[in-house]
Design a protein around this ligand. Structure first.
Ligand code: ADP
Length: 190
């Protein structure tokens, strides 16, 4: 069977792509953050490094933005914080939307799925609010947080299918997989 990398849901196109999200030409990119926006490892560290050059500085900027936008020092699933793309603007990226997915440690159940859905939906809604046409997501929770990769990809598809019905300005949603292997695996699931 031929694998499909692009799906259309209403006015929305959902595309699975391969690459480094810190250079991906979408107007907004999403960070798979932890609730304190510490950006200690994985894609969060890569984004902080690419944005500012100085990870500690970007953590400071993120925490300040969280105080202003959320009013406390952590975010819940579904809550998001926006920070500027800084040096990543050279690729056409304007915003970083920080969202927090569930911790799975290899397990998967309805509760984790709901939390992941909230995390994805929160970022999509914020993208609409910001008026961007394109947004790129990493495989939230599929790295250090240990959620089953296939389940994460399926959840993305489900959320996009639902969100496609109410989409406004947003036209393109990308799921950007870092490794060739993950990309191939994702194509088999969507
Ligand atoms: P989490 O803690 O939510 O699991 P991780 O950062 O550990 O977040 O991983 C999420 C996904 O992001 C993993 O699939 C990982 O391979 C991927 N990833 C890591 N660096 C990048 C990058 N530069 N671009 C795109 N995806 C990345």
């Amino acid at each position: 069977m031929e694998s499909m990398s692009e799906l259309t849901f209403g006015s929305l196109t959902f595309k699975v792509a391969q690459g480094d999200i810190t250079r991906f030409p979408a107007e907004a990119i999403v960070n798979a953050a932890n609730k304190y926006l510490e950006h200690g490892g994985g894609v969060a560290y890569a984004i902080a490094k690419a944005a500012s050059g100085d990870v500690r500085e970007y953590i400071r900027i993120s925490k300040e933005a969280m105080r202003e936008q959320i009013g406390r020092g952590w975010i819940e699933h579904g809550e998001v914080v926006v920070t500027p793309a800084m040096k990543m603007e050279q690729y056409g990226i304007r915003y970083v939307i920080h969202t927090v997915g569930p911790y799975c440690g290899g397990k998967w159940d309805e509760d984790k799925k709901e939390k992941l859905k909230k995390a994805i939906l929160g970022a999509l809604k914020k993208a609409e609010e910001l008026g961007v046409k394109s947004i790129a997501f990493p495989a939230i929770s599929a790295g250090i947080y240990g959620c089953p990769f296939e389940e994460v990809v399926k959840t993305f598809r489900e959320v996009l299918e639902e969100f496609g019905k109410e989409a406004g300005n947003l036209e393109k949603v990308y799921l950007v997989l870092y490794s060739e292997r993950d990309y191939e695996r994702a194509l088999r699931v969507v």
